[in-house]
Design a binder for this molecule. Structure first.
Ligand SMILES: Nc1ncnc2c1ncn2[C@@H]1O[C@H](COP(=O)(O)OP(=O)(O)OP(=O)(O)O)[C@@H](O)[C@H]1O
Length: 548
């Protein structure tokens, strides 16, 4: 039993061992199962990862394939470029070889040119030396010319001053004659356009002369002193013979048609200057309508055509400026009047027409016209504006009354009073610049039907003959002593009384038309001017007062 017990015990022990082993085996199996599950999870994960990697690889392969295609395309382009570059390079090589040939040729040419250049440089150096020698000679010659010109100017000044002195001693009224050029407008207007009535004298214009714009036969024989004018006129006698007559006239100066305003002014600049020294100066422009009076006195708008009024005024200002260092101080003022039908019209007034009645007064301080505008003139520019005002008023009047300006006298007066701050002296001068009404012989009978025209004609005739009478009487006075001077016979002579007396300097510029159609008028004007020229006026006197 024991054995059985032992056997049972042993069996039980075996059973326990086996149960233990079984429990262990079960736990082991459980572990293995777990390991199996986790291994299969792991496998699943690996499979998925693998799948993903395969996909990525496929994408990579595709992208590489695209890159490979792009690279192939690029390669193709590069090959094309390369081909072109090769062509280009081969062209360049050809060009380079051509250029190097040219280069060699050019080098040869350069060498030849350099040789030539060296030769030219040598010649140039010689020429430069010669030029600098010539320049030196030229400079010396120019300096000499300047000196001679200066001498000539000074001599000319001396000549003019002497001439002036002779004139003053002779006391003669001076007369210049100026012939205007033939204008293109003359060619288109007929000779009768001026409305002139000619006398039936032997020197009447021939039918040919009556051609539009035909020039008169005028000549200027005195080529040295320019003091003579000759006019030839031909006419047919009753027997049918051609008769040619030559009329010669001499004046202080004759200006030919091509003379410039500057040349005319050169001759009167000393006269203008003398106002500053206290002289009364009177310059008239006389001549028929259209003969160039306004052109001479007022001139055109360009510097070259500027007339005597602006030039004279500038000269007066210049002379006054020149005397400043000697202590002279000047005050200037100006007036511009028009005398139409023996009535004074203030060209510096206001309104369309001057309705005021003006009177001329003479007293110790000089000539005054009542109720007219006297403008202070501090500078030449102020004279320009004065002339502009006067001209615009004349233009208005001309528009309102056809050609009125030709039938009125215009009188510009510049009054100059100076005092010397060093010496206390004072002086009063005046410059009268007069553009006279057209001097053509107007036919009173022709104007008889037109009252206004008849009155104008009579007034122009009256004032121009009054001017002639005053000058003639002044001449007789010079010869015989005391004599009545008929200043009061016209407004013009009365206004200019102080500037027309023997004490003043008077210049008449006779303007002539160059046209054959105006020959008769020109001869009349020349005869009138000759009478004036032969008149002896007294010696001009300065109006200077010492310090009181
Ligand atoms: N020296 C000259 N050079 C060029 N043109 C001139 C000259 N003189 C006059 N003329 C011209 O001739 C024409 C007539 O001249 P202007 O008007 O001066 O004559 P006028 O005698 O004053 O006439 P009016 O009595 O009608 O005023 C104008 O066209 C003017 O420009």
């Amino acid at each position: 039993m024991d054995a059985e017990r032992a056997k049972v015990a042993e069996l039980e022990a075996n059973h326990r061992a086996i149960s233990l082993e079984l429990a262990n085996a079960k736990s082991l199996e459980l572990d293995k199962r777990r390991e199996l599950v986790s291994a299969s999870d792991e496998i699943e994960k690996l499979r998925m990862k693998h799948t993903r990697e395969i996909m990525e690889l496929e994408i990579g392969v595709k992208s590489k394939a695209r890159e490979a295609r792009e690279l192939a395309d690029e390669l193709r382009l590069v090959k094309g470029d390369l081909e072109r570059e090769r062509d280009h390079v081969s062209n360049l090589k050809a060009t380079v070889s051509h250029q190097s040939t040219s280069h060699i040729t050019l080098n040869a040419q350069i060498n030849a040119l350099q040789a030539q250049n060296t030769a030219s440089q040598t010649q140039l150096d010689a020429a430069v030396n010669a030029i600098s020698d010539r320049a030196l000679e030229l400079e010396i010659a120019q300096r000499r010319i300047l000196e001679l010109e200066q001498d000539a100017r000074e001599s000319e000044m001396v000549r003019r001053k002497l001439h002036n002195m002779i004139q003053e001693l002779k006391g003669n009224i001076r007369v210049f004659c100026r012939v205007r050029p033939v204008l293109t407008s003359d060619l288109s207007s007929s000779s009768s356009s001026t409305g002139l009535v000619r006398s039936g004298s032997s020197n009447s214009p021939t039918p040919d002369d009556e051609e539009k714009g035909a020039a008169a036969d005028m000549s200027f024989p005195d080529k040295r002193d320019h003091k003579e004018i000759a006019i030839s006129s031909s006419s047919s006698s009753a027997m049918g013979f051609e008769r040619k007559e030559v009329y010669s006239f001499g004046f202080d100066r004759v200006f030919e048609p091509q003379s410039t305003q500057a040349e005319v002014f050169e001759e009167i600049s000393l006269l203008a200057q003398s106002c500053v020294d206290g002289y009364n100066v009177c310059i008239f422009a006389y001549g028929q309508t259209g003969s160039g009076k306004s052109f001479t006195m007022e001139g055109g708008s360009t510097a070259a055509t500027t007339g005597m009024i602006p030039r004279a005024v500038n000269e007066v200002f210049r002379a006054a400026e020149h005397l400043k260092p000697k202590g002279w101080e000047y005050k200037m003022d100006g007036q511009f009047l028009e005398i139409y039908n023996e009535t004074i019209n203030d060209l510096l007034g206001k309104g369309e027409f001057d309705k005021k009645k003006h009177e001329i007064k003479h007293d110790k301080s000089g000539t005054r016209v009542t109720d007219v505008n006297v403008m202070p003139l501090p500078s030449p520019a102020s004279v320009t504006s004065l002339l502009r005002v006067a001209n615009s008023r004349r233009t208005v009047a001309a528009t309102l009354m056809n050609e009125r300006s030709s039938r009125s006298h215009s009188v510009f007066t510049l009054r100059i009073s100076g005092t010397n701050t060093h010496t206390g002296e004072s002086c009063e001068g005046s410059l009268n610049l007069v553009d006279l009404a057209g001097s053509e012989r107007l036919n009173s009978s022709g104007a008889a039907g037109d009252k206004e025209r008849l009155k104008e004609t009579q007034n122009i005739n009256k004032s121009l003959s009054a001017l002639g009478d005053v000058i003639a009487a002044l001449g007789e006075k010079g010869e015989k002593g005391e004599k009545h001077i008929p200043y009061r016979n016209s407004k013009l002579t009365y206004l200019l009384q102080n500037s027309l007396s023997g004490n003043s300097k008077t210049l008449m510029i006779l303007n002539l038309s160059p046209l054959a159609a105006h020959l008769n008028e020109s001869l009349c004007s020349l005869r009138f001017a000759t009478k004036v020229n032969n008149t002896m006026l007294g010696t001009a006197k300065k109006q200077v007062r010492g310090s009181s």
